[in-house]
Design a binder for this molecule. Sequence first.
Ligand SMILES: Nc1ncnc2c1ncn2[C@@H]1O[C@H](COP(=O)(O)OP(=O)(O)OP(=O)(O)O)[C@@H](O)[C@H]1O
Ligand SMILES: [Mg+2]
Length: 294
Amino acid sequence: MTKIEMFTGKGGVGKTTMSVATALQYAEIGKTLLISTDPSGSLSEIFSRPLDTKIYTVAPNLDAVELNRKLVLKLWREKFSEDIYAVLSSFLPVGREIIDYIEGAPGIDEEFMLDYLLTMADSGDYQMIIWDTAPTVTTLNLLFIQQLFYSHLTQAQKLYFKVRKVFNKVDPLELIETWRLLTERIIELLQNDTRAWVVANPEPLPIEQASDIADSFNDFGIKVEGFILNKVLPKELCQGHPFWQEKYNAQQKCRKKMQLKAGNLPLKEIPELIGDTQVDGFLREVADLLQKSD
Ligand SMILES: Nc1ncnc2c1ncn2[C@@H]1O[C@H](COP(=O)(O)OP(=O)(O)OP(=O)(O)O)[C@@H](O)[C@H]1O
Ligand SMILES: [Mg+2]
């Protein structure tokens, strides 16, 4: 059974860094897929190759893909557009341009990202999927859209019963039922097989958002595995320098808030490091630190 580990949090806090570091580590144990659903994701830069057209193997046992809007809509068309057209054209005088119209509907790309995640989990190809998400708001939208989609389908079913007499070739009810089951399975996947790490920096806003996102996930039934406080200034580097000492003190206040929020859940801490994700060794260092703070 494929497990999913997702990294979420405010923009720029270190979600991608934690995702890649964790993915590299899991790849040492079993086949791993790293998926980014951030529309402005940076996996391609990190692995120095385009990952936004299909899945590529980026390291031994590690595949990666960046689901940007263009790729998602292409995959969506391949999978759903014919069915949708069959349903709509059976009771509305519409041409194929209706597919372009639906494709432009808000939420279609987010909706399909989750379908893609489910397909990958069901493929059985991977032991672990690491999911690098877009900043907080987009990720929350994604989850709510999933719920909305569900209620839209219920409406679709009602509509079907009203107009069923005019159907001839296709049985839309069957299709609607497949979509409903799909939505149900996506929700199940999120609730049963997905664990979330909420990443924050020791600053007021990221901490606040981390706290909100953890609450939303709890409401939605997604397990919050723990928190990661990233870019913590080391005490010894700040001592004796008034500017850094003050910054350190401010961070410690935020750190206390994070500890309070985490309660019994694990809170991993990663210091501010030299270098960045594209530099060799940086991600290994983060991976080691994440493991050490287990
Ligand atoms: N502990 C750290 N020490 C120093 N630099 C770090 C640390 N963690 C991350 N960074 C750097 O901070 C920047 C932002 O990190 P990252 O891209 O992982 O954040 P993100 O949450 O994925 O951002 P976005 O919301 O834009 O996707 C990157 O340049 C990364 O290399
Ligand atoms: Mg990122």
